[in-house]
Design a protein around this ligand. Sequence first.
Ligand code: ADP
Ligand code: ADP
Length: 230
Amino acid sequence: KYILQLQDVEYEYPDGTKALKGVSIAVEKGKKIAVLGANGAGKSTLFLHLNGILKPKKGKLFYNGEEVRYDRKSLIQLRKKVGIVFQNPDIQLFAASVEQEVSFGPMNLNLPIPEVKQRVEDSLKSTDTYLLKDKPTHFLSYGQKKRVSIADVLAMDPEIIIFDEPTAYLDPYHIEGIIDIFNALSIKGKTIIVSTHDVELAYSWADYIYIMKEGEIVSSGTPDKVFCDS
Ligand code: ADP
Ligand code: ADP
């Protein structure tokens, strides 16, 4: 039932910062999850654990009920299934053109060329960036870069898509565009995990919410439970 689970995960950065202090989450397949919390609460560190970029100092990660062993093979598998859209699109985009950028991932999966082309076209269209395909990524506006960085991840066709602060620095119009993308993915049965400061957004959009504070989950549940019970 749970596609992704973290169990009692602790993580400390090399400088001694305890970023996660025993965090457990259990994500149901196909659900919309929001992670709320102030800057520094540990949201990004949590996300980096969900696709194995960081390895817990203590605790475990399960994908589809199976414990993730941190060997090369299982990490490659995990990263195909769990895609992350980072907050800053500039750290993600590096190819010469938008089309090359979005092709890079599926090319690396050694898919047949027609399938690569199809995935790239679908990802560009669903993020409304198809008309930009021949543009150099460094000429794009912030909102455009953001959407291309989403297309990048969608082209990998992951089962779970994680968005780190996807609406930060965007105006209401562009935020709506991003939410439309979430909803389209949701309809396709994808599991979506989003971090945000936006309580309204979490309340109206999410099926399930985690609230983080200082490296811990301090509250979790459906929006009504989290916001109305306390
Ligand atoms: P959030 O995403 O909620 O803003 P982070 O996961 O980025 O929180 O940060 C959690 C804590 O870990 C913060 O105290 C932050 O300063 C610290 N931190 C994040 N990245 C590093 C790093 N690379 N080295 C040391 N400390 C870090
Ligand atoms: P689009 O090309 O999709 O129309 P815009 O360039 O208009 O996107 O930017 C979308 C939003 O991002 C706007 O609210 C704008 O103020 C904001 N924005 C633009 N550039 C930056 C930037 N470098 N850093 C933070 N926010 C930005």
